[in-house]
Design a protein around this ligand. Sequence first.
Ligand code: ADP
Length: 656
Amino acid sequence: MTKRETFDFDLARSKARIRAALDGVITIDAAGVVAEWNPAAERIFGYKADDAVGRSMADLIVPEQLRDQHRAGMRRFLASGEGRVLDQRLEMPAVRADGSEITIELTITSFTAGGEQWFTGWTRDITGIKETELELARSEQRFQAIVEHSSDVITILDGEGNWLYTSQAGSRLTGYQKGHDPEGGILSLLHPDDVPLALEAFQEVVAGTRLPDEPVELRILDVNGSVLFFETVGINMLDNPAVNGVVLHARDITERRSAEQELGLRTNQLAGVLGSIQLGVLVEDENRRLAIANEAFTKLFGSPVPAEELVGLDCQELAEQAKGLFVDPDGFLTGIQDCITRVTPVTEEVVLVDGRVLERDYVPVSSGEGEVAGHIWMYRDVTDRKRAQEEREHLLEAERQARRSIEASQAALEVQNRSLRELDRLKDEVVATVSHELRTPLTSIVSFSELLDDDETGPLTARQHEFVGTIRRNADRLIRVVNDLLLLARLESQTISLEPEPVDLRELAALVVANHAPAAAAKHITLEIDSHDGAPAWADPVRIDQVIGNLVANAVKFTGDGGQVTVRIGADDTWHRIEVTDTGMGIPADELDQLFQRFYRASNARVHMTPGTGLGLAVCHAIVRLHGGQIDVESTEGEGSTFRVLLPAVPGDRSG
Ligand code: ADP
């Protein structure tokens, strides 16, 4: 073949190829005018080659809104040789002759021939493909929306259990990233103890022997190793070509399980607490079925059945069976009924036929919505407490009675005291009157016996002298007694008052000692005075002289031959002190506290027949008390005595 022949052959072959090509082939010149339009292009765009050739391609097939862009691209290429769209697969919209829009796939090449620039486009209508693709994408989106956003974890395994897919919820709940592929496959995410169960269930699903409504509870370990509980259902879709796998729906029930566990824990705790208390507790549910009873409850009522076996029984029936245990069986039943109808807490007592007394608390259990969710009964044995209370009441009553009788006898005593005081006063009055009445005749007896003794009234015989002497001595003694009695009565009734003045007790004591010196000397008694300097006392000198005189006279009288009597005068900030100590017979210890009572004479003085009236110390006591002072005695029988008088250093400030 000549060169020309070869060229013609190639050309013919190219033309034939173009004509027969499945793709539309369109060639345009630099001005965009169509030079070639093959039959496939005719089919795609609906223009015959004769209609198309010679017309602007842009006007033919480029949608109006893209035409400017198309022309600008052509110009740019022609000017710069730079073609952004050349030699690559493009997808774009195009318009057909009938105005309908299609999507085409297009590859453009450029070449020069005869000094001209040409472009050839190879194109294919992909509208159908596009739509299918879109539909696919939409369905994929729907699937994603349903599956990926489902709160259940959806997993697809193949027939061998290999892991194909897990939805978004899987990584959200377990913390594993999407695409996480552990070495041991999906099984290694399971709690080891649950692996056998999971395998068995999977095989049953594959074999079709397990129905989708039989969930398996499986534990999954999350990325931190914490346990999550999943309720899992498997659906065999191996025969469904679209899925070709086993679909697992897993629902996270961790919260439910932990709530259940918590509930179980609380129930156990409650049972533990109830089991350990003395209080008998019975809890009914809203249908009056027994929900909880503790051991103390069954013990209180002597139930032959343990507490846990009572659970679920009808409480009304139980009450009917137990009513015989109560003293008032019908009252027991109506009491329960009343509580349940009133639905307010009540505490009351019930008495058992065996004598025990039980205190019962009723507490209604209310649900959050204000409905009754159950009833709680609590029984405690208060028999001992009741008995103790009764005993206490008895005791209290006895005490009240005792107090009443004490009060009555106190009142009687008071009456008695009053009459005794009255008697005492009368007696003092009598004594005072009698003494007063006695004094005058006694004085005249003394005076006349003195006159008789005087030789002026005529001589007396020796015997008459003796008689007159006896009369005088006894009359003198009587006068002293009468004087003492009268003084005492007046001191005690305070009908005479003291005439206090500053008194030098040392001087007073020295005079008394001097007066008694002869009597002491007669018994060879050493009578001494031991005075210390001291301020004058505020006292009635006549009465204090009487006190010291009585004490010194007693000391000399109750001290035997050759004894010793010492008078001590002293003072401190608080008291003036007068002490008279002797080495005489002393006073029996058990009589000391009666010594200052009028007419009291110690037993040893009476035995020794020492004369006396028992009035001297009573007079001393009355005088000292009137001065606000104290008098007391220390004595040892057979050894001697010390009488101590304290007069207040500041007058009227002390009393004992
Ligand atoms: P009288 O001395 O007149 O009996 P008093 O009232 O002075 O009466 O004394 C009462 C009694 O106290 C005395 O009888 C005596 O038993 C006892 N008594 C008083 N002073 C002394 C004393 N110094 N030693 C022993 N006994 C005394």
